[in-house]
Ligand binder design. Sequence first.
Ligand SMILES: Cc1cc2nc3c(=O)[nH]c(=O)nc-3n(C[C@H](O)[C@H](O)[C@H](O)COP(=O)(O)OP(=O)(O)OC[C@H]3O[C@@H](n4cnc5c(N)ncnc54)[C@H](O)[C@@H]3O)c2cc1C
Length: 381
Amino acid sequence: MLEKKHLEFREKIRAFCLEKIAPVAATLDEEQRFLEENMVPLTEMGLFACLVPEKYGGREIDTLSYIISVEEASRVCGSTGITLAAHNSLGCYPIMKFGTEEQKQKYLPRAANGELLAFGLSEPDAGSDAGGTRTVALKKDDHWLMNGSKCWITSATRAFATLATAKTTDDPNDKAITCFIVEKDWDGYAVGKKENKLGLRGSDTAFLHFDDLKIPFENQLGEIGEGFKLALITLDGGRLSIGAMALGLGQGALDIALKYAAERHQFGKPIVANQGIQHRLADMATEIQAARLMIYEACLMKDAGVPFSRQSAMCKLYASEVATRTAASALTVLGAIGYLTGPYEAERIWRDVKLCEIGEGTSEIQRLVIARDMLKTMKTV
Ligand SMILES: Cc1cc2nc3c(=O)[nH]c(=O)nc-3n(C[C@H](O)[C@H](O)[C@H](O)COP(=O)(O)OP(=O)(O)OC[C@H]3O[C@@H](n4cnc5c(N)ncnc54)[C@H](O)[C@@H]3O)c2cc1C
């Protein structure tokens, strides 16, 4: 059972999401439009500042509260959920964890104030195999010179800065990667066209291209050659937020299915009077609750400083597969009307949720992470 402070926080975020986010969610999807009108309200609610310490202008809430925010936002709008998740977990967190004091002072207050950060790890030839990065940053005079491309970057069109990984040698046998903070306004930083996606259409996804991008030495994030480790640690936290997105989307699908099943009459009675429909709803609710407990426990582990890599991979794997099943089940409960765009939002959720099985490592990669951790520790629990 959640503590009172988390229950009250959830109520506050839920009320905000219903008032501000839910009314525009369908339009953002239909028009494939970024959530511009909600940037100020989201900022005022502190949702871009969740993890950032107060001394840099952040809210510094605990991981569980942050995860509840992503869950509740995704319950009404997956696009808002992924925008929050990418900014907080992949943008702010690595700067907090690995940044110098100057980097924290320079970037975190802006980020906490609603200027978005992005995370550039994926490349056309380095997806699941993120260590296969081809982007290169070489030392030249008083700076690094970066060349390469990043793909599928969340909020790439909006972010004022991106945390981008690159090799720091052109030796093909040297796989070491380093992370850099690069700014949108610098010469040589170009944003590709916004991708036309199946779901999460209110979130911008695009390529980033770096062409002789000059990076000051002070914008190296973490140690040289430690960028892959930085990315893996970042993704441990990020996977909790993708799990939370899945949880929210699945919960949203269940909310819609339950209400519809109680209202829709066939054969002279509500369809929910049929045991077959009741069983389906019960399975949806049970799996979602199991995913919720897994994720919440992993949040507590993270804040307690306990290793949680395996748990975060399990959370993302389980929650995203549960949410995909739940979204499909909701469509079944709704019948033909669920297949339409508009009257009910189950169709949008069904399209949005697939990303949770792909982003920040596919389900196959999560299974590898879990199995490798068991083999390394020879501990099954
Ligand atoms: C909407 C969206 C937003 C994203 N946002 C970001 C972002 O902000 N930053 C960022 O860096 N990236 C982002 N990504 C990229 C995402 O992290 C990658 O798409 C993901 O890691 C998978 O890489 P890939 O698409 O290249 O698939 P591939 O690696 O080409 O995989 C293709 C298929 O092969 C399977 N596969 C690959 N290797 C193995 C293996 N060893 N064993 C079994 N199966 C395997 C995969 O599971 C998958 O099913 C985003 C993607 C999307 C769609």
